[in-house]
Unconditional design. Structure first.
Length: 123
C-alpha cells in the first residue's frame, strides 16, 4: 500500500493541491510577512507534516504555485509530532488529524481543523 501511495505522489508531484481551510489563512499571513524584510518579520511559519519523500515535492510545488512563503518545512516521515513540537516550541499548532492534535496538545497550544477524511468527526 505504501508503494502505491508513493507512486501516486510521484505522479501528481507537478499538480498543485487545490487547498483546504487554511489556504487563505496562510495567504493572509504571507501578506503580513511581505510587509517586512524576510529576516525581520514578526511572524514565522513552519509546515510540520508526517509526510516524507516523495510527497514533499508536491507540497513545496503547491506552496510555490500559491505564492505563499513558509519559513520552515519539516517532513517528519511518520515520526511523532508531539515530541517534535515539544522541542520545536511553536506558539500555535494546527492539524486535521485528532491523533496528531492529542499528541501535540500535551506540549503546545493546539487547534483541530476538522477537514478531510482523517480529520472529520466520526459519525
Amino acid at each position: 500500500m505504501r508503494e502505491a501511495a508513493d507512486e501516486s505522489e510521484r505522479d501528481a508531484a507537478a499538480k498543485p493541491l487545490s487547498g483546504g481551510p487554511f489556504k487563505e489563512f496562510l495567504a493572509a499571513l504571507h501578506r503580513i510577512q511581505a510587509d517586512f524584510p524576510e529576516d525581520h518579520s514578526p511572524i514565522r511559519t513552519a509546515l510540520v507534516t508526517a509526510r516524507s519523500a516523495p510527497a514533499h515535492e508536491r507540497v513545496i510545488r503547491t506552496l510555490r504555485a500559491w505564492n505563499i512563503r513558509i519559513d520552515e518545512a519539516l517532513f517528519l516521515g511518520g515520526l511523532d509530532k508531539g515530541e517534535f513540537l515539544k522541542a520545536f516550541e511553536p506558539d500555535f499548532y494546527f492539524d486535521d488529524q485528532r491523533g496528531h492534535v492529542e499528541s501535540a496538545g500535551r506540549h503546545v497550544a493546539t487547534g483541530h481543523v476538522p477537514f478531510g477524511i482523517a480529520g472529520r468527526k466520526p459519525a
